[in-house]
Ligand binder design. Structure first.
Ligand code: PEP
Ligand code: MN
Length: 360
């Protein structure tokens, strides 16, 4: 069974698809203000969280079913479909009954096959479109698995939402983008539309435009952006919500990229750029191979002199000097820190292994 692209959902959607609306529905007045603000924005779908999965207790957990009826407001004001997050059968049944047009599975739901299956069982026999956020951890199989579960119950109007993954490495993102995940998902399901959610990736207002543009540059099919008429006083995710006015501005600023397949000349030029990248990748691999060879030699030396594998001062110096060099050369600190961590993990493994080999 083929997945239907958003253009084929029968809802009049086109790409790039702009989805906007508050993190949480708070009141009828709030939904009215935001809907009014979005008039003329080009937004094609309204979002609002009715049941909110909060990491810690005592936070605002959503207005619940009562909020569903407020969603008639954006439908009327903007003449667009509305979508809500559902995490269990009860949410799903209530949303279907209220005439919600599109459902989505949140990151904390995709991560749990029991919950995904419960929602799948509740939508079985309907034609409702379901969007699936990536799981909170960078596990591509969980994302794929949730989509497969929907297909198994006959849902074909499916889209992915890329919202990044949590991570313990200090970073400028609330959720690390893991750009390879949405790209690989589109490879896995060639007709699947995937939109990006820069709000949950960034966790702040300032970076939404930059990350939204990056998503469009990667060929993603649109954006879901948390939008509130009074972001500072939002009941959830206040720091990352933007006003409808700001959303209009960034939608105007976005550069929409076209697929390379549309132009043979561009394709030839691209191939030339790609050849350069191929050569650089070869060099990168050669350098890594040489670095690991040197690491094995250090491992042997440490073994002969009875030294421990991990030496903290040396590691701090490596990190600090390399990051400083990287910044100077225009390589991001986040990326360099991660790369060094991965190289370091591999180096420790190699040194460990050479500690256990016999002296020759
Ligand atoms: C949301 O969209 O408000 C939400 C809870 O997102 P996520 O599932 O990505 O954390
Ligand atoms: Mn949110």
């Amino acid at each position: 069974m083929d997945i239907k692209k958003i253009e084929d959902w029968g809802l009049g959607l086109t790409t790039p698809l702009w989805i906007a609306g508050p993190c949480s529905a708070e009141s009828k007045e709030q939904i009215e203000s935001i809907s009014q603000g979005l008039v003329g924005s080009g937004v094609q779908m309204f979002r609002a969280g009715i049941w909110k999965p909060r990491t810690r207790p005592n936070a605002f957990e959503g207005v619940g079913e009562e909020g569903l009826k407020w969603l008639e407001i954006p439908k009327k004001t903007l003449n667009i479909p509305v979508c809500v997050e559902v995490a269990n059968a009860k949410h799903t049944e209530a949303a279907l009954k209220a005439g919600v047009d599109v459902l989505w599975l949140g990151a904390r739901t995709t991560v749990n096959p029991f919950s995904v299956q419960e929602v799948c069982d509740a939508v079985k026999g309907t034609d409702i479109p379901v969007m699936v956020k990536n799981p909170i951890n960078p596990d591509q199989q969980l994302w794929i698995g949730a989509i497969e579960r929907l297909l198994k119950v006959g849902i074909t109007k499916i889209a992915g939402i890329h919202r990044g993954c949590s991570d313990n490495v200090p970073s400028r993102f609330r959720n690390n983008p893991e750009w390879s995940m949405p790209i690989l998902l589109k490879k896995e399901f060639p007709t699947l539309s995937v939109v990006s959610d820069p709000s949950h990736i960034c966790g702040n207002r300032e970076m939404i435009e930059e990350i939204g543009q990056t998503a469009l540059n990667f060929g993603l099919d649109g954006l879901m952006v948390e939008t509130h008429h009074d972001p500072d006083n939002a009941w959830s995710d206040a720091k990352q919500q933007i006003t409808p006015e700001r959303l209009k501005e960034i939608i105007n600023n976005f550069q929409i990229r076209h697929s390379i397949d549309e132009s043979p000349e561009l394709k030839t030029e691209m191939d030339q750029h790609r050849q350069i990248i191929d050569v650089l990748d070869k060099q990168l691999i050669e350098i890594l191979s040489q670095r690991f060879k040197a690491i094995r030699e250090v491992g042997q030396y440490k073994k002969e002199h009875n030294l421990s594998v991990f030496q903290r001062d040396r590691w701090d110096e490596v990190i600090n000097t390399r990051i400083a060099m990287a910044i100077e050369r225009g390589v991001s600190e986040d990326f360099m820190r991660k790369l060094l961590m991965d190289i370091h993990d591999e180096s420790i493994k190699l040194q460990e292994a050479s500690m256990h080999t016999e002296n020759k």
